[in-house]
Write a protein that binds this ligand. Structure first.
Ligand SMILES: Cc1cc2nc3c(=O)[nH]c(=O)nc-3n(C[C@H](O)[C@H](O)[C@H](O)COP(=O)(O)O)c2cc1C
Length: 568
């Protein structure tokens, strides 16, 4: 038996949470004024978040869409001014989330999911912050239907198989099959590059009940439907289609299945049901809504469901077969990797590890806190195999260990001895500065450098290098008082992905107004809470000897700061 954490079983809680969990258990209470003006008393134990206490008190009006992951900010509360200062201090994730909130933020704002309750919160009164007005749901569904916004709403037209391979199912163990589609051709996934293609992994369980798990991207619906028909012995023998995640690469073929399989029920959580209805016309679908921890008896086996909100979307969940110790991990441990082989031990480990890193950096880096929560939840689940929604299936215990450890490191952006220099240039002055900074770093030794011109390196690769670097050094010339657009685009992308724990500095060349570009760069660096190690280096037009010397010095200082940082 192999646990999801087979080595280095370090709990993924930060220090604050560890302290909080050790606190006493006597009960206190506070009041929450809900958005409809009603007041609710909430009893809590010291160390609980307000969000968890509200859930335990069944005051669900406090809850937000992201499931308490400090992301959607819908659980924002206003404290009374006199109470704000005495409450448990804000952790960086909470500050960060409030900084990106859609709703109105006040000085006395807190997130219920971030606010740890202690004895100082006893007897206080807080008020739910108003939500930004949203259009009525019913109207929006109607509008979408009328406009036919989604290409996947178009009628499914069966196609011929391209090859016998695309129609093949793979037996994983007795009665459990891979029934997905290998997309060798795809090169772009919502804006980032997939040079090795991808797979849409759908699975099938044969038992007294026939169960399809997830589907494939809609252009490949026909291949998937044929496999499901074959495996279940006819569409009328299909009992369930589990939808772990409503993103269209995994869900958009379900609409065609529902027209063919008269008795099939869609098994998903409540949020997934709503999200599916916002993509497709689900009015005729039969749903079986499952809650966190609930199970479905299939015959010999039982399939259990665990919500893992925001590892990748709010409705994300995983499914688990205890009998075979198989985890259908959805996007967790996914890789965009197309191969004729299905298992991790049939391909080169370095290839899939690298693809998993690209996947993590570009999809999950922003979602590190929810990912850590999911890892913690799954830490107690024994697994022999992990079946993700993209890429190779993991069945080699050593590989499972390595990949889980990678996730632990990536989710903390654990720094390695690497500095990434990201820059743009028009007439090469900024580029020359970048090379001189590189020389300065090299002079100190012991730190790797990646020099990435934003016009020759895709944001996909920049994000991947940034994930585990210790420092980023960003340069741009001044163009019309600002940074160049391509570096702006790269920094906007990184700002969204929120890399943690980075040292940083800015540099760049200008003509007649020094500050514009570095001011923009520093704004981005501050937004991701990078620690700016030293003041920017500027050059009026091409760097002269003084500037070159300063670039060398800056490189040396950055390298020394990184080596110091890694000792901690
Ligand atoms: C279209 C254009 C707009 C520019 N706008 C500014 C500006 O607003 N302020 C400024 O100080 N320099 C401006 N410059 C000058 C450049 O910042 C300067 O030439 C710098 O040295 C270019 O660095 P590079 O060689 O790395 O491209 C501009 C140059 C160009 C070509």
């Amino acid at each position: 038996m192999l646990s999801f954490f087979t080595s280095n079983k370090k709990p993924l809680v930060n220090k604050v949470e560890q302290v909080a969990s050790r606190l006493f258990t006597s009960t206190y209470k506070l009041n929450v004024v809900l958005r409809d003006g009603k007041k609710k008393e909430i009893k809590y134990k010291k160390g609980e978040t307000l969000y968890d206490a509200a859930t335990n008190n069944k005051v669900f009006a406090v809850l937000g869409q992201c499931g308490g992951n400090m992301s959607c900010t819908q659980c924002q509360i206003y404290t009374k001014e006199e109470d704000f200062g005495k409450l448990y201090k804000m952790r960086p994730q909470e500050k960060d989330a409030l900084g990106h909130a859609n709703e109105r933020i006040e000085e006395r704002s807190r997130l219920s999911c971030g606010l740890i309750l202690d004895e100082n919160a006893d007897g206080i009164e807080v008020e739910m912050a108003p939500l930004r007005k949203r259009k009525k749901k019913k109207k929006r569904v109607k509008k979408n239907k009328k406009r036919n916004l989604h290409p996947q709403d178009t009628e499914y037209v069966p196609k011929q198989f391209d090859s016998t391979f695309s129609s093949a199912v793979t037996k994983i163990v007795d009665d459990i099959y891979w029934a997905g589609y290998v997309d060798f051709a795809v090169r772009d996934f919502h804006g980032y590059l997939t040079p090795n293609g991808s797979t849409y992994n759908a699975y099938f369980i044969k038992d007294e009940k026939n169960v399809a798990i997830d589907s494939v991207k809609y252009p490949f619906a026909d291949r998937w439907l044929d496999k499901i028909e074959y495996l279940s012995g006819g569409f009328d023998k299909l009992d369930y289609i589990v939808c772990n995640h409503a993103e269209p690469d995994h869900s958009s073929s379900i609409q065609y299945l529902m027209k063919k399989a008269p008795y099939a029920e869609v098994v998903c959580n409540e949020k997934c049901k709503t999200t599916l209805s916002q993509h497709f016309d689900t009015s005729d679908w039969k749903f079986r809504v499952v809650n966190h921890g609930e199970s479905l008896k299939l015959g010999k086996r039982t399939l259990s469901f665990y919500n893992t909100p925001l590892s990748h979307w709010p409705e994300s969940m995983v499914s688990y077969l205890a009998a075979e110790q198989i985890l259908f991990s959805m996007d967790i441990l996914g890789q965009h990797y197309a191969s004729s082989k299905r298992f991790d031990d049939e391909v080169k480990w370095d290839d899939i590890e690298h693809e998993a890193k690209i996947y993590y950096a570009n999809i999950l880096m922003r979602l590190s806190v929810p990912v850590q929560k999911s890892l913690k939840l799954l830490g107690g689940v024994p697994v022999k195999m992990i079946l993700p929604s993209h890429g190779q299936i993991f069945r080699n215990p050593e590989n499972i260990n390595k990949m889980v450890q990678n996730y632990v490191n990536w989710s903390k952006c654990t720094p390695t001895n690497k500095i990434v220099i990201i820059y743009d240039t028009m007439w090469n002055s900024t580029e020359k500065m970048a090379y001189h900074i590189l020389d300065g770093i090299q002079k100190v030794g012991g730190v790797d450098v990646k020099l990435m011109n934003v016009r020759r390196n895709h944001i996909t690769d920049i994000a991947t290098e940034v994930l585990d670097c210790a420092a980023i050094v960003v340069g741009s010339p001044v163009l019309n008082e600002h940074i160049m657009p391509e570096i702006g685009s790269a920094l906007t992308y990184l700002e969204g992905l929120r890399p943690q724990n980075k040292l940083a500095m800015a540099f760049g060349s200008y003509g007649w107004s020094a500050g514009g570009a570095v001011k923009d760069i520093n704004r981005y660096l501050n937004s991701i809470r990078a620690k700016i190690v030293r003041p920017e280096v500027l050059s009026q037009f091409a760097p002269n000897e003084d500037v070159i010397e300063e670039c060398h010095k800056a490189g040396e200082e950055m390298a020394k700061a990184v080596l110091e940082h890694l000792k901690k």
